[in-house]
Design a protein around this ligand. Structure first.
Ligand code: SF4
Ligand code: SF4
Length: 196
């Protein structure tokens, strides 16, 4: 059976009318900012104070876009102990022109020095400007949202559970032998046959 003349036009107009009466979902960015999910991956922030220059993030990055330079510093001996050396961070940079926002560096960092920030407005005309040095990465820390609360009834993190257990443990008087499994306090007396 042939189609009625003008049916295609009527169908098209019906679609137009239906769309015209629906509420628009277009955001007038940049006048209206988007509502981003709390864990949006916008830019990577560096908490420089936590970084021990272990290089794990740079080694794990699949794009090789994390650049780290450091030097060793010797700290003078205190109280008759040995002099200690520590790593000092000279350069920490991420090239966001190469980064693929996989988040592996953040997962790999054992010292909580890297975080996701939802900020995404850092487009540049010059590609070289997309390499953010440590001062700029540190500034992004101010835009990192606080961690989300745990689900009700979720297990507490093991660090919190260990601290609470230690706080409720009865205090030992000096000279009293340790109970089995109790950790030795630094400088505390050794028990006969104890391993420490
Ligand atoms: S998010 Fe992925 S690609 Fe980007 S710096 Fe981290 S590890 Fe590298
Ligand atoms: S993994 Fe963390 S602590 Fe190690 S170099 Fe990277 S940011 Fe610093």
């Amino acid at each position: 059976m042939g189609r009625l003349p003008g049916s295609g036009l009527a169908k098209g107009l019906a679609v137009t009318l239906r769309t015209m009466t629906r509420r628009s979902i277009t955001r007038q960015y940049p006048e209206v900012q988007p509502d981003l999910a709390p864990r949006s991956r916008g830019v990577i922030a560096l908490l420089e104070e936590n970084c021990t220059v272990c290089m794990l993030c740079a080694r794990e990055c699949p794009d090789w876009c994390i650049y780290i330079d450091s030097h060793k510093e010797t700290l003078p001996a205190e109280g008759g102990g040995r002099a200690r050396t520590r790593n000092v961070l000279d350069r920490f940079a991420i090239d966001f022109a190469l980064c693929m926002y996989c988040g592996i560096c953040i997962e790999a960092c054992p010292f909580d020095a890297l975080f996701w920030s939802p900020e995404f407005e850092y487009a540049e005309y010059d590609i070289n400007e997309l390499t953010h040095e440590k001062d700029r990465l540190r500034e992004w820390m101010w835009t990192v949202p606080p961690p989300q609360a745990h689900d009700p009834g979720a297990e507490p993190p093991k660090e919190v559970a260990a601290a609470e257990k230690a706080a409720t443990r009865p205090k030992r008087t000096p000279g009293e032998p340790r109970t089995p499994g109790e950790p030795r306090t630094p400088g505390g007396p050794r028990t006969p046959g104890g391993s420490t």
